[in-house]
Design a protein around this ligand. Structure first.
Ligand code: MOS
Length: 747
């Protein structure tokens, strides 16, 4: 992919540019999906099921229809047919969903009707006036809600069970062992912007303003449901107010709004109410994890045996694949990850930031700490003794691995050396119990597939295009930096077009692989444009570059230079003008090289250190300090990358101490489906946070050496906080989030 004939001059990558879309976002100039108001717009509000299991025996819509401003109520009785079956799964990342196909209720908050009004107020009131009579069955909730089953295939095509080595022999050989069970809660995606869509039909052409993490792929998905070619669909998603995995897949409410627009022959807007986020658009399922870890007397692992059970829906298969978090970090001659599910009456879980790894590493890192305690070893020394030099099980070498540096730099910045080994040894000036804990962070470094186009314009400026998604992570900025470097231009001279499905496919903003994938495509496209420009110059007798040959050309700051003879140079504009003034276009794609993937295991690594302070009487807990050191390949924009890592660590704090969806066992409904009851950290919960990015050159992941930073920050953090709470109090709380009452009970 890299072009040996030209030299890239990287003046933009590595700089902490501020988000290019930041001012538009904070001043309100950025148009999010629901900010669009096409002529003739109707407002849609869906009616959520108030039971979790059963059927809608009768639906009374007369009062709603009679309400001023309400124009229609869509129910299973009058809903037009969909071309595609919402219960089918015939494309990648397909999930079953409810779009009024029948009267069955499979979870609370499932759409059972859609009210359309001339105003949001009319549609909202109309939705309140729809009366449903249910035949309810007892709701199955939680990990005990039904019988467990073993997964054949786990999410993302991985096997339901992964085994390396002799597990029984590993257990038998262990001199010291732990056998512990940890629980993690159900969590719901709550981006600032709830799911929205403005759908407008023009014959069999469809325009969708909707936040989406993979707009070109989504076009094909909606094409399937509505029986039109993907090319007939334009999805505009310039800004997303967060996504976290939930905006990567099709869901019932958005499909219903599109269907309603076709039925009514008018544009329709739907935006989920906050409480409606708790059901139809995915979540992270609850888990119970059994960890059986054994070591020899010196602390060398003999066996790492991790089994996880997770809640999923009655109608689809996605589980939080927590046990897989034990693959990839620690060297053990026997290694097993087993995934099970339990089908209960909830909306289907889906990918949620660090899906599997977040829950799995929470339990793994705490269980590792428990074993270190039994061995009388410092938890960091225990990790240093056991972290893998090659990928556990497969034996593949890592493409790069700077975990030792992460441990060292994180520990030094934190002051880990001063940590007493035993629990409940430290008290601060105010009498608060102080505890220090740590955890290893790990996340894969995948790439997907993306395309890009790069243009050098007659005025010497650049234009690049790829249908990438900026969920707030700063993709518009980091990707533009990569593009500017590949074009040999300063960032300000490059226009970056993105967020529209008529652009080259930028792939999915997910799996922490967006910068690597779309960035590689942009890099290749830019180099391709420069190569074509070089050909024009070096073949033109009137150019100072004539005869230099491509091998000797350097692109920098809008000029091409002869390498080694920089007195010979010419601006892009001059070259293009003499060649007739037509813009010069390049194309490129980004994907993992199959040979590299075969030869190397690819991960980002890190280490997180936490300090907690706990009131010895009331057991109020504060995370007073977090230090995370991460090696994630080349950092394109330190400010944005640190912000992503910080965001992950804050989510880790949330996971450890706050976030949890609570189900009412009588109704199967989420009891805290709002920001009053569903706790997430506010500024006062986040005290001193330090992110260290550890230098790492990875020559194998992609030509640019980019891994990802979106998800790894959660991993490691949850366990570090749990371990710090043990260190402060001497109590092992094996259920997240850790609550005051858990500590009071043990006191
Ligand atoms: Mo994500 S859970 O990779 O969008």
């Amino acid at each position: 992919m890299s072009n040996p004939q030209t030299t890239r001059f990287g003046s933009n990558s590595g700089q902490s540019f501020t988000r290019r879309d930041g001012i538009a976002k904070v001043t309100g100039a950025a148009t999010f999906a629901a900010d669009n108001h096409p002529e003739g717009l109707l407002y849609a509000v869906y009616v959520p099921a108030t039971i979790a299991r059963g059927r809608v025996a009768a639906l009374e819509t007369a009062a709603a229809k009679a309400h001023p401003g309400v124009v229609e109520v869509m129910t299973p009785a009058n809903r037009p047919a969909l071309a595609g079956d919402p219960d089918s799964k015939n494309f990648m990342f397909a999930f079953r969903f409810e779009a009024l196909q029948d009267d069955t209720v499979r979870y609370a908050n499932q759409p059972i009707a859609l009210v359309l009004g001339e105003s949001l107020e009319a549609a909202t009131e109309g939705a309140r006036l729809v009366q449903a009579r249910y035949e309810a069955l007892p709701a199955r909730v939680g990990l005990e809600g039904a019988e467990a089953y073993k997964l054949e295939i786990a999410p993302f095509g991985r096997p339901g069970e992964t085994v390396f080595g002799d597990i029984a022999a590993g257990h038998a050989a262990a001199a010291v062992a732990v056998d512990v069970s940890y629980e993690t809660p159900a969590q719901y995606h709550n981006p600032m912007e709830t799911h929205a869509v403005v759908a407008a039909w023009d014959g069999d052409h469809l325009t969708l303003d909707m936040p989406n993490q993979a707009i070109v792929m989504a076009r094909a998905v909606y094409g399937y449901y509505f029986g039109i070619p993907a090319e007939n669909i334009l999805i505009r998603s310039p800004y997303l107010g967060g996504g976290f995995g939930s905006k990567a897949i099709a869901n019932g409410p958005q499909v219903l709004a599109i269907l309603a627009a076709r039925m009514m022959r008018r544009p329709v807007k739907l935006m989920l109410q906050r409480g409606q986020m708790f059901g139809p658009v995915g979540h992270r399922g609850a888990t119970r994890q059994q960890l059986r870890i054994g070591s020899d007397a010196q602390g060398g692992l003999c066996v790492l045996d991790h089994a996880s059970l997770a809640t999923t829906s009655s109608f689809d298969d996605f589980v939080e694949s927590a046990a897989n978090a034990s693959q990839g970090i620690y060297a053990s001659p026997a290694l097993r990850s087993t995934l099970s599910g339990v089908r209960v009456d909830i909306g289907t879980p889906g990918p949620m930031r660090a899906p599997g790894e977040a829950s799995g590493s929470a339990a793994l890192e705490c269980a590792m700490d428990e074993l270190a305690e039994k061995l009388g070893m410092d938890p960091l020394a225990f990790r240093l003794r056991n972290y893998a030099e090659t990928e556990p099980g497969t034996g593949k070498p890592y493409s790069s691995k700077a975990l030792r540096e992460c441990y060292a730099q994180g520990a030094a910045a934190f002051g880990w050396d001063a940590r007493p080994l035993a629990a409940r040894q430290m008290v601060d000036d105010n009498g608060l119990l102080v505890g220090w804990g740590m955890g290893t962070a790990l996340f894969g470094a995948p790439m997907f597939a993306a395309k890009a186009r790069a243009v050098l314009r007659p005025d010497g400026s650049g234009l690049v295009e790829t249908a990438a998604a900026d969920m707030g992570q700063g993709a518009w900025t980091a990707l533009a930096q990569i593009a500017a470097d590949s074009l040999g231009l300063p960032l300000a001279r490059v226009e970056f077009r993105s967020g529209s499905s008529d652009l080259p496919d930028g792939g999915v903003a997910g799996g922490s692989g967006h910068t690597a994938t779309a960035g590689s495509a942009l890099h290749a496209a830019g180099l391709d444009a420069i190569r074509r420009l070089s050909e024009l110059a070096t073949a033109d007798p009137a150019s100072p570059l004539f005869g230099a040959g491509n091998a000797g050309v350097v692109a920098r700051d809008g000029r091409l230079y002869v390498r080694g003879d920089e007195a010979r140079s010419e601006s892009y504009a001059e070259i293009i003008a003499r060649a007739g003034g037509a813009e010069v276009e390049g194309a490129g794609s980004g994907a993992r090289s199959p040979e590299a993937a075969e030869a190397h295991a690819m991960y980002a690594h890190g280490a997180v250190f936490a300090e907690v302070k706990i009131d010895p009487v009331l057991y109020q807990m504060r995370v007073t300090r977090l230090v995370g050191a991460f090696a994630a390949g080349r950092i394109i924009n330190p400010k944005l990358a640190e912000s992503q890592l910080m965001g992950g660590m804050i989510w880790g704090t949330s996971f450890a101490l706050q976030e949890e969806a609570l189900f009412d066992p009588r109704t199967g409904r989420v009891m805290n489906g709002d920001f009053a009851g569903y706790h997430i950290p506010v500024n006062a919960d986040v005290m001193r946070l330090q992110v260290i990015t550890v230098h790492e050159d990875d020559p194998h992941v992609n030509p640019l050496g980019i891994k990802g930073v979106g998800e790894i920050g959660i991993t490691g953090t949850v366990g570090a906080i749990g371990n710090a709470i043990w260190h402060a109090t001497g109590q092992r709380i094996r259920r997240f989030p850790i609550r005051i009452e858990d500590l009071l009970r043990g006191a």
